[in-house]
Every structure is written in C-alpha cells, then in structure tokens.
Design a protein around this ligand. Structure first.
Ligand code: NAP
Length: 222
C-alpha cells in the first residue's frame, strides 16, 4: 500500500514512517519538496540500521502532489494551520481517498490543556476535515498515541487507539494498518460526528501527565 504522510517531516510523520516502512511504500510530505526528500533519506537510514532490510520504501514529495497517488493519506499537520494545507491538497486528492485525521485541536489555559472546539463552538478537527475534503473518506484515529512512543520503533506500543469513521471499508483498511503497529489495538467508537469525544481525550491525558508526573500516558479500554 502507498501511504502519504502530509506534514510527514514532523514528529508523528517520523514515527509512522518508521512503523509502516517494513511493509509499505511511505511518502513523506512537506510544503517543501527538498525538506521532504531529506527527511525521507534520514528515515531510510534509521530504518535500515534497525530492520536491516525493508520490503517497502520511504520517499519524499510535496504535500499537494503525494495526495494524487497515495492510497491512504495521514494528516500529520498542526490544527492551527490545517485549513490552508487542506485547501492546498483538495484539488489533487483522489476521489474516495482514505484520509486519516489524528489532529487534536487543543491549547493551554491557566487551568490546563483544553479542547478548543468545545470552547470556540466549532466542529471537531475530523468533521472540519471532512467538510473541506468533500471527496475523502475521513477516519479519525491516533490522537492518544505519543510521538515519543511511536518513534521508539523497536518497542511495542501497548495501547488502544479509538477510531471514528462513517465509511466501513475505510475503517477496515485503517484498522489493519493500525494493527501492524506492534501491540496497538484499534477500537471503533462510532461515526465521524463522535470524533470530538476522541480528540478531547488528548488534552485530558496531558493534564493527567502534568498533575501526576506521568510520562506519555495512553489509554487501554478494559
Ligand atoms: N506529536 C504527538 O505526540 C501527537 C499525538 C497525537 C496526535 N497528534 C496530532 O498529529 C498532528 C501532527 O503532530 P506533530 O507533533 O507531528 O506536528 P509537528 O511535528 O509540530 O508538525 C508536523 C509538520 O507540519 C508541518 N507544518 C508546520 N507548520 C505548518 C503550517 N503553518 N502549514 C502547513 N504545514 C505546517 C511541518 O512540515 P513542513 O514544514 O515540512 O511542511 C511539520 O514538520 C497534530 O495535529 C497533532 O495534534 C500529535
């Protein structure tokens, strides 16, 4: 499968590329093609040092180009600047593309981390994405995975990932990809309209971490 990581030069992008490259062709996206190529080169070096060989590959390209040839696109971009990026990829995005949205709209207040859409009476990030990318099948996932754990790619991730989606086929494809990350368990929550519940867990986890001196807490449904 060809997986495109929009904003893949950042922290989540690195972790996902290193987790998926043994089996898949991963394309690192950036606003700048040179930056994408150089990040991809670095990840290949890291992956080969660890895995010895890869059946997949890691390459780099501009965000707006890779969405035209990838099977699954993951939006590894900050919430604050997501809208212009979505507009820049909308035109080239293939019809019915599967778009994974891990975006967490949050900020820090005096009291602690807060979930922005609740305070600003806005859509969840996933619903905002589905309104901007009308030809995409959006799957909300990966919000509670710490990039630190994801990038320690020689270690399993013993955690659950809560998933929201409207399209059952897209959900199945993304769930299989998530299961390939060792010990990670995808759990379906419901349609995309419920994504606000899942996105809102991340600021809560960060508050838990801060108040209890915990490092990179995650969740398990028992
Ligand atoms: N980090 C985590 O642990 C974590 C966990 C769960 C969910 N998430 C979510 O995953 C998403 C990515 O997180 P991250 O930590 O990987 O982000 P990040 O490292 O801060 O940024 C990722 C990439 O976004 C691009 N970017 C930065 N500013 C931009 C702008 N103004 N316009 C367009 N692109 C811009 C950059 O790529 P170029 O400069 O190459 O274009 C950057 O490398 C976020 O929405 C976050 O809420 C993160």
């Amino acid at each position: 499968m060809r997986i495109g990581l929009v904003g893949g030069t950042g922290r989540m992008g690195e972790g996902l590329a290193l987790r998926w490259c043994p089996k898949h062709d991963v394309v690192i996206g950036s606003r700048d093609a040179n930056k994408a190529a150089s990040a991809a080169q670095g990840y290949v070096k890291e992956a080969l040092e660890h895995y010895g060989r890869m059946d997949g590959s890691i390459s780099g390209d501009e965000n707006s180009r890779l969405v035209g040839y990838c099977d699954v696109v993951v939006l590894c971009i900050p919430y604050e600047n997501a809208e212009p990026t979505l507009d820049s990829i909308a035109q080239n995005l293939r019809d019915n593309s599967i778009v994974v949205c891990p975006i967490v709209p949050m900020s820090k207040s005096k009291e602690g981390f807060i979930y922005l859409p609740m305070h600003e009476h806005k859509d969840s990030a996933a619903v905002m994405v589905s309104k901007r990318l009308k030809n995409a099948r959006v799957v909300a996932a990966l919000h509670t995975i710490s990039d630190v754990k994801l990038r320690r790619f020689n270690e399993p991730i013993d955690t659950d990932v809560l998933v929201c989606a409207d399209d059952k086929d897209a959900l199945a494809v993304v769930s299989e990809l998530l299961k390939e990350i060792r010990n990670l368990r995808p759990i379906y929550v419901g349609p995309l309209s419920l994504a606000y519940q899942v996105e809102g867990i991340t600021p809560m986890l960060l508050n838990v971490a801060r108040q209890n001196s915990l490092k990179n807490p995650s969740i398990r449904i028992a």
